[in-house]
Design a protein around this ligand. Structure first.
Ligand SMILES: Cc1cc2nc3c(=O)[nH]c(=O)nc-3n(C[C@H](O)[C@H](O)[C@H](O)COP(=O)(O)OP(=O)(O)OC[C@H]3O[C@@H](n4cnc5c(N)ncnc54)[C@H](O)[C@@H]3O)c2cc1C
Length: 482
């Protein structure tokens, strides 16, 4: 930073330098995490920290702002901490606060805890609370509608009529709403039981107990939806489709340490990396361990191995290996897995590798033509409800909010070449289409994963939040020293 920031701070207040302002757009775990770590890092010399977040509480975001009791964390509590150097903080917090007292299902026989997702939001909120109370962090309950570089810094406009000046801005808006396939939305848009966005509160309430349901997608959101339907007494048949018909895997029966080493000798192509992962899984099996331990190591070393891959190889991974990676890396909570297994065993849930070839509405019935993978013939089936669970559409992130599109047009933002989020430097600074980096605009959380590799869940989210907070603290220090 911004020599411009320094001059602004000094010129505007010759007698008493004003505190720099850091604005964070998005107050989920990423944005809340950056604010939290920044206060701690700059203790005694903290900037003004303003977090823009329309939700009532900071720290929840999309994932942990759900009241649905079927929604559980999909990583054991002992691995979901906001402190990168204290993995078990959340687990201790749960025990100390008796946070699963009314939820005996949360505790597994092997001792692992899988609390409801809301509980994790409570934990992050409890860490932020003292700083909100002291004023070290300000929660602006508003949606940002414009972000303009004003030469000296940034001007932020929000939907509550606010105008805020900031020296440094971090974008932590992460998950855009899911986008239903355009053609399907056009045909089914007006049907009362076409659910295009399951993140809306009460979205599944339109589904009746005996409804025949088509679920489009087979990932974590689909698993959540099927578990929620079961919990709400749904007994009708469900067909869940995805291109490859892969289903998110569960956790290992016993906890294991990460196994293997993918950075001592780096792989420089997708094929070489895949080969190494397969070999390591075989070696793990020889030692009585499962693939879970190997994938955990790939996650842990994800940043370094991703950095070693040329862009074309990263793109190859996204194109060909991502579906396989996703189902092994995003595991479902045992309670959710049990709900799915029960439905499959009862013959109520069919998981299919297929796509939607066409659809029509006939009265209240939705007639869908399904094209099974590698089959010539399509199959037509009738449903009462269609639920889209294809997840957040990160590839279209720049089109999801007008101010992001505007920043793209002005050359401050670009889609990462692997299509996973926003382009940024190794310092997490936003990068425009011409490769120009803007040091006072940072990207925090999953939107930075095109550069940082695996960056979707905890603990990588907390590590990255701390990393971004450090980068900001460093910029502030440099500016102050000038
Ligand atoms: C349904 C779901 C379940 C998950 N479960 C787990 C899990 O159990 N374990 C795990 O490790 N990971 C899980 N994940 C992965 C998840 O990416 C991270 O754990 C984490 O929640 C990401 O938080 P975030 O703050 O980066 O993003 P988000 O949760 O998307 O937060 C972004 C915030 O930005 C706000 N925002 C957006 N636009 C604006 C704007 N213009 N102005 C102001 N605010 C704005 C939104 O309101 C939102 O609160 C899950 C993800 C999803 C989607």
């Amino acid at each position: 930073m911004p020599a411009d920031m320094q001059s602004k701070i000094q010129s505007s207040t010759q007698q008493k330098p004003r505190r720099p302002v850091v604005a964070i757009i998005g107050g989920g775990v990423s944005g809340g995490g950056v604010a939290y770590h920044l206060v701690k890092l700059t203790d005694g010399d903290a900037p003004e920290i303003k977090v823009f977040e329309p939700r009532p509480m900071l720290g929840r975001g999309l994932a942990y702002d759900t009241a649905d009791p079927a929604h559980r964390i999909n990583v054991p509590a002992a691995k979901m901490s906001l402190q990168p150097d204290d993995a078990e903080e959340f687990q201790r917090w749960v025990e100390a606060n008796h946070a699963v007292r009314d939820d005996p299902e949360a505790r597994r026989e092997n001792g692992q805890l899988f609390p409801r997702r809301r509980v994790f939001g409570d934990y992050v909120g409890s860490l932020l609370q003292p700083f909100l109370k002291s004023g070290a962090i300000a929660h602006r309950r508003a949606t940002v509608t414009a972000l303009r570089h004003n030469g000296d810094g940034w001007t932020i406009l929000d939907d509550k009529g606010g105008r805020t000046e900031a020296d440094i801005v971090a974008i932590a808006t992460s998950h855009p709403p899911p986008v239903a396939p355009g053609r399907l939305a056009a045909i089914l848009g007006d049907h009362p039981r076409f659910v295009a966005d399951t993140t809306k509160p009460g979205a599944l309430e339109v589904v009746r107990p005996g409804d025949r349901v088509l679920v489009i997608g087979n990932g974590l959101t689909a698993a959540d939806v099927i578990a929620s339907l079961a919990r709400n007494g749904h007994e009708g048949p469900i067909v869940a489709i995805s291109r490859r018909g892969l289903r998110s895997r569960g956790h290992a029966a016993i906890a294991q340490e990460p196994f293997g080493d993918f950075v001592a000798e780096l792989s420089f192509s997708a094929v070489a990396l895949l080969r190494k992962v397969k070999l390591t899984i075989r070696q793990a099996a020889e030692q009585g361990m499962t693939w879970h331990a190997v994938i955990d190591q790939v996650r842990t070393q994800g940043h370094d191995l991703w950095r070693a891959l040329p862009v074309a190889e990263r793109q190859r991974i996204v194109r060909h290996l991502r579906p396989f990676w996703d189902v092994h890396r995003f595991r479902i909570a045992p309670q959710v897995e049990a709900a799915l297994d029960t439905a499959i065993d009862a013959g109520r849930l069919e998981i299919l590798a297929a796509s939607v070839a066409g659809a029509e509405i006939d009265g209240e019935t939705i007639r869908v033509s399904l094209q099974p993978r590698r089959a010539r013939e399509s199959r037509t089936q009738e449903f009462d409800a269609v639920i889209v669970t294809t997840g957040p559409a990160h590839g279209g992130i720049l089109q999801t909010q007008p101010w992001l599109s505007e920043l793209e047009r002005e050359g401050y933002l670009a889609l990462d070449p692997s299509g996973l989020g926003l382009a940024c430097s190794e310092h997490s600074e936003a990068m425009g289409p011409d490769g120009r980096v803007t040091p006072s605009l940072l990207i925090s959380g999953p939107l930075a994963r095109g550069t940082f590799g695996e960056l979707m869940g905890l603990p990588q989210i907390s590590e990255h939040a701390l990393f971004v907070a450090r980068e900001i603290a460093e910029k502030l220090k440099t500016a102050a020293a000038r």
